[in-house]
Design a protein around this ligand. Structure first.
Ligand code: ASP
Ligand code: MG
Length: 243
C-alpha cells in the first residue's frame, strides 16, 4: 500500500517528538508500505517567523514572506529525514518545488493545481521514505508560494490524491474530530466517521482540526482522511463520503 502520513507542528515540537513520529513512519514502511510523510513547521515556528518578518518590515513583499515562511517546514522535513536515517531507514526530504507540487501564484493562500514530474515516485521506488514539506508549492513563475495557515493538511491530501495513495493519515494533538469544540464543551463526542460536507462545515466554523481547503480537495478526489492523535492510541476519525 501507499500511505501518506502527515504530522502537525505539535507532533514535531522537539527532538523527542520527531523521533517518535519517525518511529511511527518506519513502522508503516516495515509493514511493507510505501510511505510519504508530510510535515508542518515545528511548534510555533510559523508564528515566530511571521513576527520576525514584521520586525524587519511593516509590509514585507508577499513573495519574500512566502519564501521565508516556507523555511519552517523545510527545517522540520530535514530533521525528520535525519531522524529516520539515524534509525537505519533510507529517507529523503523534498521541498514543495522539489516534489513538483504546482500551485497558482496567489501568495499566502495558494491553491494546489497538480503534481509535476515523478520525483516522489522514483524515490519511493528506490526504497526511501519520502518526507515532503507541507504548506508550500511552486507557481508557474517558479516562485515558492504558501497555502495559507494550516495548509500542510492540504499538502497531505493533495499528495494522497495525485499519488493514488490508499491511506491519508493526519496525526495531530487531538484524538479525532468532535461534534462540538471539545475545549469548550466537556460533553463533546468524538466521531468515528464524518462526511466531507459536515467536516467542511466544522472546518469553516473554525474547528482547527483540518484546513477547510484540504477537506474540499479530499471531497473532490475522494481521499479518505484518518485524523489521529500523535500522543494517544485510538481509532481517530475517518473523514469520508457518507453512504
Ligand atoms: N506551519 C504552517 C502554519 O502554522 C502550516 C501548517 O502548520 O499546516 O500555519
Ligand atoms: Mg502549524
Amino acid at each position: 500500500m501507499r500511505i501518506v502520513q502527515k504530522f502537525g507542528g505539535s507532533s514535531l515540537a522537539d527532538g523527542e517528538r520527531i523521533h517518535r513520529a519517525a518511529e511511527r513512519v518506519i513502522r508503516a514502511a516495515q509493514e511493507g508500505n510505501q510511505v510519504v510523510v508530510v510535515v508542518s513547521a515545528q511548534g510555533d515556528t510559523t508564528d515566530h517567523l511571521i513576527s520576525a518578518a514584521s520586525d524587519i518590515s511593516a509590509a514585507p513583499s508577499k513573495r519574500e514572506l512566502d519564501s521565508y515562511l516556507a523555511t519552517g517546514e523545510q527545517m522540520s522535513a530535514c530533521l525528520m529525514a535525519m531522524a529516520i536515517q539515524a534509525m537505519g531507514h533510507p529517507a529523503i526530504s523534498l521541498t514543495g518545488w522539489q516534489a513538483g507540487l504546482m500551485t497558482d501564484g496567489n501568495y499566502g493562500d495558494a491553491r494546489v493545481l497538480r503534481l509535476s514530474g515523478d520525483r516522489i515516485g522514483r524515490e519511493l521506488a528506490a526504497g526511501k521514505i519520502v518526507v515532503v514539506t507541507g504548506f508550500q508549492g511552486v507557481s508557474s513563475a517558479g516562485d515558492i508560494v504558501t497555502l495559507g495557515r494550516g495548509g500542510s493538511d492540504t499538502t497531505a491530501v493533495a499528495l494522497a490524491a495525485f499519488l493514488g495513495a490508499d491511506k491519508c493519515q493526519i496525526y495531530t494533538d487531538v484524538d479525532g474530530v468532535y461534534d462540538r469544540d471539545p475545549r469548550k464543551f466537556s460533553d463533546a463526542v468524538r466521531l468515528d466517521t464524518i462526511g466531507y460536507d459536515d467536516m467542511l462545515r466544522l472546518a469553516r466554523q473554525g474547528a482547527q482540526v483540518l484546513h477547510d481547503r484540504c477537506v474540499e480537495l479530499a471531497k473532490e478526489h475522494d481521499v479518505k482522511i484518518q485524523v489521529l492523535s500523535s500522543f494517544r492510541p485510538g481509532p481517530g476519525t475517518m473523514v469520508t463520503a457518507l453512504p
